[in-house]
Design a protein around this ligand. Structure first.
Ligand SMILES: Nc1ncnc2c1ncn2[C@@H]1O[C@H](COP(=O)(O)OP(=O)(O)OP(=O)(O)O)[C@@H](O)[C@H]1O
Ligand SMILES: [Mg+2]
Length: 380
């Protein structure tokens, strides 16, 4: 029989806290999501108390795992800011400054990578809806076609896309009651918060909670040996994205943009964000670059042409390629049949494979890595 919320709460009543009160009485628990034997919730505590509460998080996870009907439990520890305290921020460039101070990237401080994973790269965009997830999936498949073992992490906690783009409905199993086993699809090893939570569950995630869930998906999932992990980032360049860019041990970032001026301004912000945290920008992809008529094959540059290429040159980052706006890409993508996997001989798959090759060239073992400082420093 599947577990109920009441059973989970009963198990948590046995967990002590630094407050001296049982966990359910502390007011620190979020809503508890129980779905099909999978349990997920967060504990929100003051940022200063996080260390003291980490054992509580672990104990809570263990207590819930042993409750009847529970298959797996994932508990996130959320660092709440004390009321009135300022949000920790990365240094901001002074207005008009020619060079921005750089926040040290955790990788520079010996931040541990993900065990067994050689390289982690992010696919990001300044703006939503530009085709970031579609690009991430097909790029991952392009890397797979280079003979690499590839993983994908859906870091878009607000709107996870991978369950849909890869048509995954099954729930991950746990291994030995401690780690989650990722899902395999098209040869990719995949994890998304969307696998654990029903699509209709309202999710009001706050920044710190997002971070904690990401960290857990990186470290408490049995990724196995991977040459590369592709992270589908949430859109935007706000605090949450900046923190994520700092916390995930990234070897590089790919920025996706559409050709319109407004999208390019957002792409520029994306480039600036990664440079600020010392993550090399591996390049810009122009998505929905031109319209290819599915009937006559005629090409129309409906948004203007070449904007992203020019922008990449201006920013001193590589231009990785142009992906057309095409019905096939949309239909296949939205029905969980990504073109690189299902139409490997078609023209679109080739474009994505070429992009993948340009990305891998820069991060493969022995590649120069760590690009030089940007020619132009942009104010985000
Ligand atoms: N090159 C393309 N041609 C046609 N349709 C595309 C193309 N790229 C993406 N799409 C479609 O555009 C929509 C948005 O794409 P996608 O979900 O990949 O964007 P996103 O940037 O990840 O969005 P979000 O900001 O919501 O995460 C989807 O319906 C997708 O199928
Ligand atoms: Mg997306």
């Amino acid at each position: 029989m599947a577990a109920s919320k009441e059973q989970v709460l009963a198990a948590l009543a046995m967990v002590g806290t630094p407050d001296g009160r049982p966990l359910p009485d502390t007011g620190a628990l979020s809503d508890i999501v129980v779905s099909d034997g999978k349990v997920f919730f967060s504990i929100s505590v003051d940022a200063a108390a996080v260390k003291a509460w980490e054992p509580v998080r672990k104990a809570a996870e263990e207590a819930v795992r042993t409750a009847p009907g529970v298959q797996s439990a994932m508990v996130a520890l959320t660092a709440e800011r004390a009321a009135g305290a300022a949000a920790p921020r990365a240094p901001q460039p002074a207005a008009g400054a020619r060079s921005a101070p750089r926040a040290a990237h955790p990788a520079d401080q010996g931040q541990p990578g993900v065990p067994g994973v050689e390289a982690v790269i992010a696919v990001a965009s300044g703006k939503g809806g530009v085709g970031k997830s579609t690009t991430a999936v097909n790029l991952a498949l392009g890397l797979r076609d280079l003979g690499l073992k590839v993983g994908m992490l859906d870091a878009d906690i607000y709107g996870p896309s991978l369950p849909k783009l890869l048509a995954i409905t099954e729930k991950p199993q746990t291994i030995g009651g401690t780690k989650l086993k990722p899902i395999e699809r098209y040869g990719l090893t995949v994890m998304s918060i969307g696998f654990l939570i029903d699509e209709d569950t309202p999710m009001i995630w706050r920044g710190p909670m997002v971070m904690s869930a990401i960290t857990q998906m990186l470290r408490e999932v049995e990724w196995g040996k991977l040459d590369i992990m592709v992270v589908d980032m949430p859109p935007g360049t706000g605090d949450a994205q900046l923190t994520m860019a700092q916390q995930v041990p990234l070897k590089g970032a790919v920025i996706v943009s559409t050709p319109q001026d407004l999208a390019l301004i957002d792409a520029r912000r994306g480039v600036a964000m990664f440079k600020r945290v010392n993550v090399p920008v591996l390049g810009l992809v122009e998505n929905m670059s031109y319209f290819l008529c599915p009937h006559c094959g005629e090409r129309s540059d409906i948004f203007g042409y070449g904007g992203a290429h020019k922008e990449a040159d201006r920013l001193g980052v590589p231009f990785l390629g142009e992906v057309p706006l095409h019905m096939t890409i949309r239909e296949k993508s939205d029905s969980g049949l990504p073109v690189v996997a299902t139409e490997p001989d078609g023209p679109h798959a080739k474009i994505y494979r070429d992009i993948a090759a340009k990305v891998w060239e820069q991060i493969k073992p022995g590649a120069a890595g760590g690009r030089t400082a940007p020619k132009i420093v942009i104010e985000a």
